[in-house]
Design a protein around this ligand. Structure first.
Ligand SMILES: Cc1cc2nc3c(=O)[nH]c(=O)nc-3n(C[C@H](O)[C@H](O)[C@H](O)COP(=O)(O)OP(=O)(O)OC[C@H]3O[C@@H](n4cnc5c(N)ncnc54)[C@H](O)[C@@H]3O)c2cc1C
Length: 334
């Protein structure tokens, strides 16, 4: 995938901030937009916002771009629109409370794919960093607190979130070994989990089970069953193929994980200029949307999410929305 050299959000944000700085664009932080002012034809004319000290200000606008993502930070809205993931922890920005959809609907905008979201089935507990999915793709597996597998772990990391939160305590353990760990050493998220002591290691599976506080016999049975599947013997209850993957070998590794909601992907329907469309398909006069505020590309549910799909819509739709807004305001092609 395309990404910044160290593949961290911090680095991406720094690059965007630096670009804005070079262009002399003012960025106001610590200000929450609370109200939009619009004319009867849907033209947005101003935004009111509140500062942390409670001071309220209003700023006029000729065009407005919604870049305030989806509604993962509004628990009730998630419960209404995507009940299956409402009990998962939300790991996106808590300020993402669905304002784009709420305001857009009031202006007569169409919304679509409201059940669409990016989940993650292996967020390290209690650290909050996603555990690299490679350990499962390369033949590791997940067990619950009973030491049992419960799903086809490799259907996709987004889909796996609901499987994990259905387990006792809403947690599971990724079980792998140092051979599977090697390729992910150096990834910032993994190093963070490691440095905080989140990766448990042991010389035997039995010892590992004791460390994790899960039944050792059950874990040993699970591992033996998986080993048969690796040789093509028997059929997996969850239809996962382990064929050709290597046995886990000492040292064994485990990380406690939960399923999380990363961001919602349903949102405002836009056209190819990122203009927000009304339910009749006509564009609102000066309203644009990108990123999680707009309907994403993942279809209606959790299974359509593809890696990079979140930042893809944030960066490309964001750029298109910005360019369209600038064209509208300055009447020139950027
Ligand atoms: C842990 C995690 C890992 C991820 N990993 C990846 C990945 O590897 N690849 C990928 O492509 N995507 C990934 N994503 C998804 C990606 O981060 C999002 O899709 C993307 O950040 C959305 O961009 P955005 O600009 O729409 O919203 P955000 O980046 O969420 O920014 C929206 C901002 O708007 C602010 N805001 C909201 N409402 C208001 C308001 N009323 N007034 C003022 N401010 C407001 C919010 O506080 C927030 O700061 C990940 C997400 C998470 C949570």
């Amino acid at each position: 995938m395309h990404g910044t050299p160290h593949r961290t959000g911090e680095e991406l944000e720094s690059a965007l901030l630096a670009a804005a700085g070079r262009l002399g664009i003012d960025i106001m932080t610590g200000a929450t937009a609370t109200d939009l002012f619009a004319q009867s034809d849907g033209r947005v004319s101003a935004v009111r916002f509140v500062r942390p000290d409670g001071a309220r200000e209003t700023v006029g606008c000729d065009a407005l771009v919604f870049a305030c993502c989806g509604f993962g930070g509004d628990k009730e809205m998630v419960r209404r629109e995507i009940p299956e993931i409402a009990d998962a922890e939300f790991w996106g920005h808590v300020g993402n409370k669905g304002d784009a959809v709420k305001w857009g609907r009031e202006l007569g905008a169409a919304v679509a794919d409201m059940g669409s979201y990016q989940g993650h089935g292996a967020v390290a507990v209690p650290y909050g960093n996603p555990l690299n999915w490679g350990v499962l793709m390369n033949g590791g597996y997940q067990v619950n607190s009973l030491g049992l597998r419960f799903s086809n772990e490799i259907r996709g990391y987004s889909e796996q979130a609901v499987e994990v939160i259905a387990q006792p305590g809403r947690v599971a353990w990724d079980i792998y070994d140092e051979g599977r760990e090697r390729p992910i050493l150096g990834f910032a998220d993994y190093e963070a989990i490691r440095s905080l002591g989140g990766v448990r290691k042991a010389a035997s599976l039995r010892e590992l089970a004791v460390l994790l506080g899960i039944p050792a016999d059950a874990l040993a049975r699970t591992d033996a069953e998986v080993n048969l599947l690796r040789e093509g013997k028997g059929e997996d209850l969850w239809e996962r193929s382990f064929l050709g993957t290597l046995l886990l070998q000492a040292r064994f590794c485990a990380v406690k994980v939960t399923g999380a909601l990363f961001h919602t992907q349903g949102g405002l329907v836009i056209d190819t200029a990122a203009r927000v469309l009304r339910t009749d398909g006509s564009p609102l006069p000066n309203l644009f949307a990108g990123g999680g505020a707009a309907r994403g590309l993942s279809g209606p549910s959790n299974w359509g999410y593809f890696s990079g799909g979140g930042l893809l819509t944030a960066t490309t739709l964001g750029r298109m929305a910005g360019a369209s807004a600038a064209r509208l305001v300055f009447q020139r092609v950027t």
